[in-house]
Ligand binder design. Structure first.
Ligand code: ZN
Length: 577
C-alpha cells in the first residue's frame, strides 16, 4: 500500500514535475480538511484537447492531490475557481470522476507580475538557462530525418517563441525517435501517452530527467486519441521577469504544423485559443457563427507562419509596463509594431464593457503588426479580452472552454480573415469610442475620440504614462504623423507644473515626427517645479531615433546589434516585482 502510494506520488511528480516542490508521504497528508466535512482538497488543473477538424476543443479537469495523484473532475458549468488555485471540492464520485457540486477556494492562483517590468525591452534580459526540451516521435512513419528537419525550420517552437518574446523565451531541443509506445490514450489528462513515452525513452537509454518539456508526435495512426493535439494547461501569468512561471511538461500532437506544435506547448505555458464571432464587437461563446479557432493571426488559433499576438504576449509577460497603454481620453496615439522590441506604447487598451459589477472586465486591445521572419501580417488587429490585471476570470461566459477568453474582432466586416486593418480604417465601439487608424509606417498612429473623457493614459503597471512616443529597435526615428501628446497623459510624472493635475493637452504637432537627436537623449533639464521623481528628459515627446535603419533581421541575432540610441529613462524605485 505504501509502495503503491509512492508510485502514485512519483507518477504525479513526473506529470507535474515542475509544479511540485516535494512529494511527501501521502499517508501523512490527508486530502480531507478539518471543519469541511466531505471536502477533498487539491490544486485545480486543466488540459485542452483540440479537435481541429471539428472546430471544437474540450476542457478536461482534475484535482491534483497532495500525493501528486489526479482525481478527474466533472463540472456542469464554469468552475468557480481558476486553474492553479488550491481548492476544496464536494461532489459525487462516478466512473468518470468526481461530479463537482461545490467548490471553495482556499488560495487563489497568483496573479502578480504582469506588467511590472520596467526595464527596457529593446535588449531584454534573456531567460537562462534555456528550457531543455525534447521533440519525440512515437510514430513509425515520422522518422529521425523528419525530426531533424523539423526543428531547423523557422516555424519550429524555438524560433517562434524567441521572436514572440523579443529573444527572451529561450529553449534548447533534442529529438528522438521513432520510439514505439502502445496505442493507449487513457489516463488522467491522457497521461498514459506521457508515461509510456517516457518509459520508451528510458528504455532507449535516454536520460529523461534532463528535460523540462517533452512534445510527443503521435502521427495519424495513433487512433486511440481522437483529438488532434492535447496540452496540459499552465497558469497565467507566466512571469518572465527572471522567472519562467509555472508550466507543464507534456504535450501531444498528431501533426507537425506550427499551429499544432506551438499551440499545444502554448497551452502548457498557460495560453488559450483566440475565438471569433462574425459581425460582433462584443462576442461570446454562444454567438451565431462562433469560431473556436478564430484567428489566422496566431498559432493559438488557426494560424501558421505567424507569431503570438499582443494579448498572448501580455499573458506571457513579454511586455513592460508602458508597452501596454490603457487609454480613456481623446487624442492622437502612436504605437510601435509588436514585431519589434520597443520602449513605449505597443498596445492600446480601451474599455469595452462595464462587466456585471462595473469594473471593466473586458477591453479592446489594438495591436500593430509588421512583417518579420515567417510572419507576413501587416496591419492592425483588434482583440477583445479580459483584464489580465484583475485575473480576468470572474465573468467569463461559460460555454467556451477558455477563461480568460480572447477574441479577434472585426468591427467593419464579417470574416476573421479580413480582420487586419490598413490605414484609413475607422469604426466606433459600442461604447461610442471613435477609433481611426490615421497612418501606418514605422509606428501606427490612431485618432481616438471618447464621448466622455475618462482617466488619463496609464501603463499596465498602473503608473501614469509619461507621454513618450515609442522607440523601437532599428527605428529611423521617423515616427508617426499625428504628433502631439494626447490629452490626459502626465508629462513628467512627479514633476508636473504647479497647480497641475488637470490634463495638459500639450497640443498637436509638437512632437511625434521625431528624428531629431540621435545621441543619447537631449534631456537633463528637470522641468517643472517641486518635482520629486526628477524625470530628466522632460516631456517633449520627441524621439531620439537612430540615424539609420539597421536592417534588423532576426531577433536571435539581436544581441549582436549595437544598442544604438538609448532613450533616457528615469530610474524608478520599483523595477522588479
Ligand atoms: Zn488548443
Amino acid at each position: 500500500m505504501r509502495e503503491a502510494s509512492r508510485i502514485a506520488c512519483l507518477s504525479g511528480a513526473i506529470v507535474f514535475g515542475l509544479l511540485l516542490s516535494s512529494c511527501s508521504d501521502p499517508a501523512a497528508e490527508a486530502d480531507t480538511v478539518a471543519g469541511e466535512p466531505g471536502a477533498i482538497r487539491g490544486i485545480l488543473r486543466s488540459g485542452t484537447a483540440d479537435y481541429f477538424d471539428e472546430e471544437r476543443s474540450e476542457k478536461v479537469y482534475a484535482l491534483q492531490r497532495k500525493d501528486g495523484s489526479l482525481l478527474p473532475l466533472q463540472f456542469s458549468g464554469r468552475p468557480d475557481a481558476m486553474r492553479g488555485s488550491d481548492i476544496l471540492v464536494w461532489g459525487t464520485q462516478r466512473a468518470d470522476g468526481l461530479h463537482v457540486e461545490k467548490v471553495k477556494v482556499v488560495t487563489e492562483v497568483e496573479r502578480g507580475g504582469i506588467g511590472q517590468q520596467r526595464s527596457s525591452l529593446i535588449d531584454p534580459p534573456v531567460l537562462t538557462p534555456p528550457i531543455k526540451a525534447a521533440f519525440v516521435s512515437v510514430s513509425a512513419t515520422y522518422t529521425k530525418a523528419m525530426l531533424d528537419a523539423r526543428i531547423t525550420r523557422d516555424d519550429f517552437i524555438k524560433p517562434v517563441m524567441e521572436v514572440s518574446s523579443y529573444g527572451r523565451w529561450t529553449t534548447e531541443w533534442d529529438v528522438y525517435g521513432p520510439l514505439m509506445i502502445p496505442n493507449d490514450c487513457g489516463g488522467s489528462f491522457y497521461d498514459n501517452i506521457g508515461k509510456n513515452g517516457v518509459a520508451a525513452m528510458q528504455a532507449a537509454g535516454i536520460d529523461t530527467s534532463q528535460y523540462s518539456q517533452i512534445q510527443f508526435l503521435l502521427g495519424s495512426s495513433f487512433t486511440s486519441c481522437s483529438w488532434g493535439g492535447f496540452g496540459l494547461d499552465g497558469h497565467t501569468p507566466i512571469r518572465t521577469d527572471g522567472q519562467r512561471g509555472q508550466y507543464n511538461p507534456w504535450s501531444y500532437v498528431k501533426g507537425d504544423g506550427e499551429g499544432v506544435m506551438v499551440q499545444e506547448i502554448g497551452h502548457n505555458w498557460g495560453l488559450a485559443h483566440e475565438h471569433f464571432c462574425p459581425n460582433s464587437q462584443t462576442p461570446w461563446p454562444k454567438c451565431p457563427g462562433y469560431v473556436e479557432y478564430g484567428s489566422p493571426f496566431t498559432p493559438m488559433a488557426s494560424g501558421n507562419n505567424v507569431y503570438l499576438n499582443a494579448w498572448e504576449r501580455i499573458q506571457m509577460n513579454f511586455f513592460s509596463g508602458c508597452n501596454v497603454l490603457t487609454v480613456g481620453t481623446s487624442g492622437t496615439y502612436d504605437i510601435g509594431s509588436i514585431s519589434l522590441p520597443c520602449d513605449g506604447p505597443q498596445v492600446l487598451r480601451i474599455k469595452a464593457d462595464n462587466g456585471e459589477t462595473g469594473d471593466f472586465q473586458r477591453y479592446y486591445y489594438l495591436e500593430y503588426r509588421t512583417p518579420i521572419g515567417i510572419d507576413k501580417t501587416n496591419g492592425v488587429l483588434v482583440h477583445y479580452s479580459a483584464d489580465i490585471k484583475k485575473g480576468g476570470w470572474t465573468q467569463c461566459d461559460w460555454g467556451g472552454p477558455d477563461c480568460p477568453e480572447d477574441y479577434l474582432i472585426n468591427p467593419i466586416g464579417s470574416t476573421r480573415q479580413d480582420a487586419l486593418f490598413p490605414a484609413g480604417t475607422q469604426w466606433t465601439t459600442p461604447q461610442g469610442v471613435g477609433i481611426k487608424i490615421v497612418s501606418l509606417g514605422e509606428t501606427a498612429t490612431f485618432e481616438l475620440s471618447f464621448p466622455t473623457p475618462g482617466d488619463g493614459p496609464t501603463c499596465l503597471d498602473g503608473e501614469a504614462w509619461d507621454c513618450k512616443a515609442p522607440v523601437c529597435k532599428g527605428s529611423t526615428g521617423n515616427v508617426g504623423t499625428g504628433g502631439g501628446a494626447p490629452s490626459g497623459c502626465t508629462p513628467d510624472a512627479g514633476t508636473t507644473d504647479a497647480g497641475g493635475g488637470t490634463t495638459t493637452d500639450s497640443g498637436t504637432g509638437t512632437g511625434g515626427s521625431g528624428g531629431a537627436g540621435g545621441s543619447d537623449g537631449t534631456g537633463g533639464a528637470t522641468t517643472g517645479a517641486g518635482g520629486t521623481a526628477g524625470d530628466e528628459s522632460g516631456c517633449n515627446c520627441s524621439v531620439p531615433g537612430q540615424s539609420a535603419s539597421r536592417g534588423w533581421a532576426a531577433l536571435t541575432a539581436a544581441a549582436a546589434l549595437a544598442t544604438g540610441a538609448r532613450w533616457r529613462r528615469r530610474s524608478r524605485a520599483k523595477t522588479r516585482s
